[in-house]
Design a protein around this ligand. Structure first.
Ligand code: SF4
Length: 353
């Protein structure tokens, strides 16, 4: 069971509410060279199509910061500038129209630099993410705790937030990421007990797709199921679009996302009489962009197929070279195996909630 969402403050990023019990916002990050405006815009368009709501772009240098203006002018999504080391890049990103900024307390530097940034934010207030990362903790905190631990991440986040509050800025969201799931989960829990700032969730450097999806699903799933998290990003050594699909899958599996089509398919066993893997994959692809809560079952045999998938709205099951189309566990008709997919799609087109 998913606990009630933890109540946080609401901030608005490019008009999108984050926190305060609003739906969890899916963020993505471009993997292009930000200075290549055309390539970055192409990737943003692909991310938007996949369901991304806010996009972050890396700002490693002044040229990338200056490119933001042209990206922002044509981006269909709000843009967050990801800044490390040099606070002047954050100032330039702000001038170029970024809808939000992300800074890392571990490398943004002295208080006076933050003061400069807050002064600029006073003229153009946008959400500022305090993005703590276990791999780049402030040196004194790392010395104190000796290694990255939940308390170290917590202290880094609280200290930066307190500095910003003292400087008079509170349009803040916070992340406390690590590549370790237990470390990340505990850091977020500790922080959420102490403040009402909205939280951006993520497992950093989660890994290549298989391992990374598992870590992200477990880590973000635990936190979301505890009611923690207002926005999230899945990080994988894979395509930016896959990150968005996984993010939505995590939300959907917890009943937190908007309605989407869902494929359930049997794992197959010795009774399977059709090519389930191919059919399940093709069905998944066909359903990818359907924004309706239709549940589709792809089952291997008649012994258990329709019965096991009684909850499915529409389904198919193998029957020795043939296939059966069923609806809510009730058999509709038998068709040749080679026609199964097209018959299933026909049923889906006719389906109404
Ligand atoms: Fe095996 Fe049939 Fe169950 Fe699939 S539906 S796992 S083929 S018994």
């Amino acid at each position: 069971m998913t606990k009630q969402r933890r109540r946080t403050r609401t901030i608005y990023l490019g008009g999108i509410p984050i926190g305060g019990g609003h739906p969890v916002v899916v963020q993505g990050m471009t993997k292009t060279d930000t200075r290549d405006v055309a390539a970055t815009l192409r990737q943003i368009a692909a991310l938007q199509k996949a369901g991304c709501q806010v996009v972050r772009v890396a700002v490693p240098d002044a040229e990338a910061a200056r490119a933001l203006g042209r990206i922002k002018a044509r981006s269909p999504l709000p843009i967050v500038a990801d800044v490390h080391f040099d606070w002047r890049l954050a100032l330039e990103a702000l001038r170029q129209g970024a809808d939000g900024l992300r800074i890392n307390p571990g490398n943004i530097g002295a208080r006076w630099k933050l003061k400069e940034l807050v002064r600029a934010l006073a003229d153009r207030p946008v959400p500022l993410r305090v993005g703590v990362n276990a791999g780049s903790l402030p040196r004194d905190i790392l010395r104190k705790f000796r290694h990255p631990c939940p308390e170290a991440l917590l202290e880094a986040a609280l200290r930066e937030v307190q500095t910003l509050e003292e400087l008079g800025y509170s349009m803040i969201k916070v992340s406390l990421k690590a590549s370790s799931v237990p470390l990340t989960v505990q850091a977020y829990r500790l922080f959420s007990e102490r403040t009402a700032y909205p939280l951006h969730l993520g497992i950093s450097e989660a890994g290549p797709p298989e391992a990374g999806i598992i870590k992200s699903a477990v880590g973000l799933g635990v936190l979301l199921s505890e009611g923690i998290g207002d926005t999230l990003r899945v990080s994988l050594s894979a395509s930016a679009v896959l990150e968005i699909r996984v993010a939505w899958g995590i939300l959907q599996s917890l009943g937190l996302g908007p309605p989407r089509a869902e494929v359930i398919s049997c794992p197959t066993c010795g009774r399977c009489s059709i090519d389930i893997r191919r059919l399940a994959r093709k069905t998944e692809l066909a359903l990818r962009d359907i924004r309706a809560p239709v549940k589709v079952a792809v089952m291997g045999c008649v012994v258990n197929g329709p019965g096991e998938a009684r909850e499915a709205d529409v389904g198919i099951t193998g029957a020795r070279g043939k296939g059966i189309i069923f609806r809510k566990g009730r058999v509709l008709r038998t068709v040749k195996e080679e026609h199964l997919l097209q018959e299933l799609l026909r049923e889906l087109r006719a389906w109404r909630p």
